[in-house]
Write a protein that binds this ligand. Structure first.
Ligand SMILES: [Zn+2]
Length: 202
C-alpha cells in the first residue's frame, strides 16, 4: 500500500513543524522566528504559492536553512524576500569553487550565485535548533536537530529507507560512515528527510 501523500497539501508534523511534501520536501518551523528548511526544486514554486503560502506569509520568513546546495534543495531560494539564507561554511566554500558541481544545474547555479549566503556557523540559530555537521552526500551537508520534539531534519544524508548518494561532485564518501554513526546517537522520534524515499515500501 502506498503511503505517498496524495497531492501536495501541507502536513502538520508536530506542534511547531509543517511539511510541504513533494519530490523534495520543504519544512516550515514556527519557533517564534519563522524558519524554512530547504526549498525544493524550482518547478515546485507554484505548489508553494498554492499551499504553503496559506500557512505562512513568505515575506515573514526570517531564516532559510539549506541542508546542502543541490538543485532540488535550493530551487526556490528566492521565494523568501526578507530571509537570511544560511548553509554550512563548507557548502558555501565548495559552491564558490565550482557552482555547477555544488548545484548540478547551470541555470539555477547562475541565479544562486547572486544570493547573499551566510555561514550557519556565524549566526545565532533560533532557540532550540542545533546544527549537526554531516559530511558525506556533500562535504558541507548538515542535519538540523530539534530536541524539544525529537525531530531530525536529515536532508539527503538519511532517508526513511536508505542513505544519500556519495558519488556526486561535492560528495565525500569516506566521511559518510562517521556521519551515520553520529546520527545514530540522536534519539529522534520523527525523521524529516529531504526525500521520502522508501516510504512507498513500508
Ligand atoms: Zn542532494
Amino acid at each position: 500500500m502506498s503511503m505517498r501523500p496524495a497531492g501536495y497539501a501541507v502536513q502538520n508534523i508536530s506542534k511547531h513543524v509543517w511539511k510541504l511534501p513533494g519530490d523534495s520536501n520543504i519544512y516550515y518551523l514556527d519557533l517564534g522566528a519563522k524558519v524554512i528548511i530547504d526549498t525544493s526544486e524550482r518547478p515546485q514554486r507554484a505548489k508553494m504559492d498554492l499551499f504553503l503560502s496559506k500557512f505562512v506569509d513568505f515575506s515573514k520568513i526570517d531564516l532559510v536553512i539549506f541542508t546542502h546546495f543541490h538543485l532540488d534543495h535550493v530551487g526556490n531560494f528566492d521565494a523568501f524576500p526578507n530571509a537570511r539564507l544560511v548553509a554550512s561554511r563548507a557548502e558555501i566554500e565548495d559552491f564558490r569553487k565550482d557552482v555547477y558541481g555544488a548545484v548540478l544545474d547551470k541555470n539555477l547555479a547562475e541565479k544562486f550565485k547572486h544570493a547573499n549566503l551566510v555561514a550557519i556557523e556565524d549566526i545565532q540559530l533560533p532557540r532550540g535548533l542545533e546544527v549537526i555537521p554531516s559530511p558525506g552526500h556533500t562535504r558541507g551537508s548538515i542535519c538540523i536537530w530539534y530536541p524539544a520534539e525529537k525531530i531530525l531534519f536529515s536532508g539527503d544524508t538519511l532517508f526513511p529507507v536508505g542513505i544519500g548518494r556519495t558519488d556526486l561532485p561535492t560528495s565525500v564518501p569516506d566521511e559518510m560512515p562517521k556521519t551515520l554513526a553520529k546520527l545514530t546517537q540522536y534519539n529522534f522520534k520523527t525523521l524529516c528527510a529531504g526525500h521520502d524515499y522508501g516510504l512507498e515500501q513500508l
